[in-house]
Design a protein around this ligand. Structure first.
Ligand SMILES: *Cc1c(COP(=O)(O)O)cnc(C)c1O
Length: 364
């Protein structure tokens, strides 16, 4: 049994992927070829945004979004300590200070009730993460941000395809960012990502920043990066996108099956009634997590921990000066969370096996 099964996913679309790759090999426009433009158009339509700027990774999407908003030294960017390192390392790379707000323990996302108190005159942006495939509470967050005119960037690396109050993830705030890392809900076969916005000016800036800050060849109004998505990767993502809506539905069905098997036995994911999740991870909470994970491993059931260390405790961020115990909900989640195998093609028989092994492990 695999944690994520990319091979099964590939089988029905393999021929289409090969056809698209061959087309790229034939036309030879490996950088910013026609597939990139086609993918951006289709992604923008999917999300409902005016603009999609494809980029080289989810990390670069966050970096380029913040660069377009002018985040730099002396600024503060408010975010969550319970996320993948990218969210926070990009803030620090720009010389800005990450300011952490604890999570809502039910959703694992930034708690809007704690947001106001974290804002200062230096707050340049708010960057909530839509963790495990469920959007943060953008309606509440946007309302607080709007009062002070602060832009909001969604780290939607795990939530592409999810919805919040009927709107798609990545179209919920000033800029939405996502990742096409192979294991993400919409994954390519390498690195990739995208930024989405309805703001024409921001879109133009992000397009320029992605290509060394240039507006035309050898003319650089901005400082930028090499942040383009490869044409080959765009070709693969076009094939993946064809089956993506069906896969989102399959993910929901797998999650529903898990709920039937596990509700009341362990703490299962909680999804707000105004959200739909794409279950990038199916993450539960258990006591003695590491023992339970070892018991499952001995039964051939792979699990993962997203994430064992909240970021204010990472050595790289020690200089921020946060004491260990200052975000109790993030700390407790880091001790208890465990992600079970999750992908659109997970068989019910495997889920039953996982559930049996899990119930036996937590009963010990
Ligand atoms: C995966 C991920 C990223 C980074 O995406 P890459 O494409 O791997 O650079 C950023 N934030 C979160 C929450 C992620 O899960």
């Amino acid at each position: 049994m695999q944690f994520i099964d990319l091979k099964t996913q590939q089988q029905p679309i393999r021929e289409d992927i090969e056809r698209r790759i061959k087309a790229v090999l034939d036309h030879g426009q490996y950088i910013m070829g026609p597939e990139v433009t086609e993918l951006e158009k289709r992604l923008a339509d999917f999300v409902g945004a005016r603009h999609c700027v494809s980029v080289s990774s989810g990390t670069d999407a966050l970096l380029i979004a913040m660069m377009a908003l002018g985040v730099g030294p002396g600024d503060e960017v408010v975010t969550t300590p319970f996320t993948f390192i990218s969210t926070v390392e990009t803030i620090a790379l720009l010389g800005a200070r990450p300011v952490f707000v604890d999570i809502d323990p039910r959703t694992y996302n930034l708690d809007p009730n704690l947001l106001q108190a974290a804002l200062t005159d230096k707050t340049k942006a708010i960057m909530p993460v839509s963790l495990y495939g469920q959007c943060a509470d953008f309606q509440a967050i946007n309302a607080i941000a709007a009062k002070r005119g602060i832009p909001v960037i969604e780290d939607g690396a795990q939530s592409f395809g999810a919805t919040h109050r009927g709107e798609k993830s990545c179209h919920l705030s000033t800029i939405g960012c996502t990742s096409f890392f192979p294991s993400k809900p919409l994954g390519g076969y390498g690195d990739g990502g995208a930024c989405f916005t309805d703001d024409d000016e921001l879109a133009k800036r992000m397009q320029q920043i992605r290509v060394h800050g240039q507006d035309r060849r050898y003319n650089h109004p901005l400082i930028g990066v090499n942040g383009r998505l490869d044409t080959l990767q765009a070709a693969i993502l076009l094939s993946k996108l064809d089956v993506f809506p069906e896969e989102v539905a399959r993910r929901a069905a797998v999650a529903e099956q898990y709920r039937k098997l596990l509700d009341g036995k362990v703490v299962i994911p909680f999804v707000e009634e105004f959200n739909t999740s794409v279950y990038a991870q199916y993450t539960i909470r258990v006591d003695a997590r590491d023992e339970v994970a070892a018991a499952l491993a001995s039964q051939g059931v792979p699990t993962a921990v997203h994430y064992p260390v909240p970021l204010h405790r990472q050595p790289a961020f020690a200089s921020l000066g946060y004491p260990d115990e200052c975000f109790p909900h993030a700390e407790e989640a880091a001790r208890q969370v465990m992600s079970l195998p999750m992908h659109p093609y997970l068989a019910v028989a495997d889920q039953v096996r996982i559930a049996e092994a899990l119930k036996a492990a937590v009963a010990r």
